[in-house]
Ligand binder design. Structure first.
Ligand code: F6R
Length: 614
């Protein structure tokens, strides 16, 4: 949700900013802009509505002057339409200071009125512009001190970067509840919403804390709190390089990320299973006694991560025998959940920055519950604010639609459930080893599915003119159905709904009409036979009412054959692990259908990768 990049050093800042924005565009693509301070202390601002390509065209026609300090922004609009005028950077009255922002300044209306009363002329409808004018007011104190004074006046969530003609070799940044990381180079330094912004130049990063201001110079970085006291930071090395954030020969990032899933699943398992078959999850940072004392688990997440949570519930209750609830972060935060010291909250988040989830973490910790984060992005806010973190090792996920992060979240949740079972003794050791053994085989199974998705592609293309697709599942197939529908909605902009197949007869069956495509995820007949048989009956019921049935079923399941208009085969695996393979054809289906409709697969309309507003 808005991408931010800042640079000081020996390179041309415009090149660093545009390169960084290219890698951050997945965060928002309503407009983009840059501000540069040239050696002659002149401020250059270029900005354009629409995707980064528009800004690139402007710069190709009118190259930016040489400058070694600058900032760049790609926007996901909140306040003010996505126009040239509302695009960032915003400047003060004298056009000496330029500012970019991610987040929402909640008290902007009051600040704007105050500034206008003082004679400031504001040109845009954004909340951001007030910051440029407030900085102007305090400019005599130096940019970093001015930023500290401004931050003390702001309410809401913000990452801010500013440059000023008075300090041509400085970029100042600030953060509250919104992401900002520093990239440390040799004689040059970087700022970014995430490390992708500067990964082409350095893999040495510095994690900033809450309510901090950073002053970036070629000679180094200085970090303080909003009152000027020196602040602690944490240095870390980024364990992936620029090539991981490129398409690598694929048409879309999404296709690349789907293809990377076997590796991502394997990496998430790596180092967590000992030679004796015992799980080693020291990262949970809870003693065995504390794990035994846990009497309730609440999984909290949004979107695709929430679907991973729904599947986790089946695994946690089945293997560990602990009652488990799953809740949308945006709902959890604003009710009164019953939380105690013995409630374990598991938050699942790819980005580690989702504002709804972050607010849920804070809410839970205020009630003294312990929070375990399952997260993909090292150095992000949610792991830092949680009691413990289990990192998924999916690598950078650039496509807005989540794929490999989802599969690795499932693996992490399975590990948590099995670890709880191991410590609490709810399953025999050999049962746990068997399932761990199966987990180890899952990368090869996912690879097998990837090798057979060509017919799914053809099917997707044949359905490009449809207006609606339904998805049905039972047991863990139900969250898979929800995930299949979400992927189709966000990528193909089609009406898509996921239902628990047992709920059909309570209303949704009225939607079934002649020719309506319905995807059904069938669980293994070798698991709970009764669930399998019931869903086979559901397929017959919808087919009798004219549905075009697209059935995902395991190899050798012959019971579905007479009722499937299209049959997608997946390898046989234990029921609880089936989501790891049944989701893959649905990802490919949505991606291909969106491409067939001519949509931008990696950057679907109205969306942004990391949702840092509530
Ligand atoms: C859908 C998707 C979103 C995210 C959701 C949570 O493909 O990507 O639904 O899953 O916004 O994001 P994280 O996991 O970063 O908290």
């Amino acid at each position: 949700m808005c991408g931010i990049v800042g640079y000081v050093g020996r390179r041309q800042a415009v090149e660093v900013a545009i390169e960084g924005l290219g890698r951050l565009e997945y965060r928002g693509y309503d407009s983009s802009g840059i501000a540069l301070i040239g050696a002659d202390r002149a401020l250059t601002v270029e900005k354009r509505a629409g995707k980064l390509v528009n800004l690139r065209s402007v710069l190709a026609a009118r190259p930016a002057p040489p400058a070694t300090a600058g900032i760049g922004h790609t926007r996901w609009a909140t306040h003010g339409a996505p126009t040239d005028r509302n695009a960032h950077p915003h400047t003060d009255c004298e056009e000496r200071i330029a500012v970019i922002h991610n987040g929402i300044i909640e008290n902007f209306a009051e600040l704007r009125a105050e500034l206008e009363n003082d004679g400031h002329k504001l040109a845009s409808e954004t909340d951001t512009e007030v910051v440029a004018h407030l900085l102007e007011r305090f400019a005599g104190d130096g940019l970093a001190e001015a930023m500290r004074r401004v931050c003390r006046r702001l309410e809401g969530a913000f990452t801010l970067l500013a440059v000023s003609v008075d300090e041509p070799d400085v970029v100042v940044g600030a953060r509250r509840n919104s992401p900002l990381v520093v990239g440390r180079g040799e004689g040059e330094n970087f700022l970014g919403s995430d490390v992708a912004a500067f990964i082409a130049y350095t893999r040495e990063a510095v994690e900033l804390g809450q309510d901090q201001v950073v002053e970036l110079r070629t000679s180094g970085i200085t970090v303080t709190d909003f009152h000027g006291a020196p602040a602690e930071t944490r240095d870390y090395h980024v364990d992936w390089d620029a090539s991981a954030a490129e398409k690598g020969g694929h048409d879309y990032f999404m296709l690349k990320e789907i293809a990377e899933q076997p590796r991502a699943v394997a990496d998430t398992l790596l180092g967590r299973v000992g030679a004796d078959g015992q799980l080693m999850l020291d990262e949970m940072r809870l003693s065995d006694q504390e794990l035994r004392d846990v009497n309730k688990i609440i999984v909290v997440a949004c979107g695709t991560s929430y679907h991973a949570g729904l599947i986790a519930k089946y695994a946690i209750e089945h293997w560990a025998g602990v009652p488990c609830e799953v809740e949308l972060a945006s709902e959890f935060r604003y009710r009164d959940p019953i939380l105690t010291r013995d409630t374990l909250i598991i938050v699942i988040t790819q980005s580690g920055e989702t504002m709804d989830t972050l607010m849920a973490v804070r809410h839970a910790r205020e009630q003294r519950s312990r929070v375990l984060a399952v997260c993909n992005v090292n150095g992000s806010t949610i792991p830092r604010e949680s009691d413990a973190v289990l990192y998924t090792h999916a690598g950078p996920e650039i496509a807005v639609a989540s794929t490999k992060a989802f599969l690795t979240q499932l693996v992490a949740c399975y590990l948590v459930a099995l670890y709880l079972a191991q410590v609490r003794g709810t399953k025999f050791g050999d049962e746990i080893s068997q399932i761990i053994d199966w987990l180890g085989r899952m990368p090869a199974k996912v690879e097998e599915v990837l090798g057979t998705v060509e017919p799914v592609r053809a099917l997707a293309r044949s359905l490009a003119a449809e207006r609606c697709v339904l998805f049905l599942g039972r047991h863990v197939g139900f969250p898979v159905a929800l995930e299949g529908a979400l992927k189709l909605k966000e990528l193909a902009y089609m009406h898509a709904e996921g239902f628990a197949a047992g709920e059909l007869k309570h209303g949704p069956i009225a939607l079934i009409d002649e020719g309506l495509p319905v995807v059904v995820i069938v669980p293994s007949p070798a698991g709970q036979r009764v669930i399998h048989d019931k869903i086979v009956s559901n397929i017959q019921e919808i087919r009798a009412r004219g549905a075009k049935t697209i059935v995902i079923a395991e190899e050798g399941d012959d019971a579905v054959v007479p009722y499937a208009d299209t049959l997608i085969r997946v390898p046989a695996v234990p029921t609880l692990l089936q989501p790891l393979i049944a989701t893959v054809p649905l990802q490919v289906f949505a991606c291909e259908l969106a491409a067939a409709k001519g949509h931008d697969v990696d950057q679907p309309r109205n969306l942004a990768k990391s949702v840092t507003v509530e």
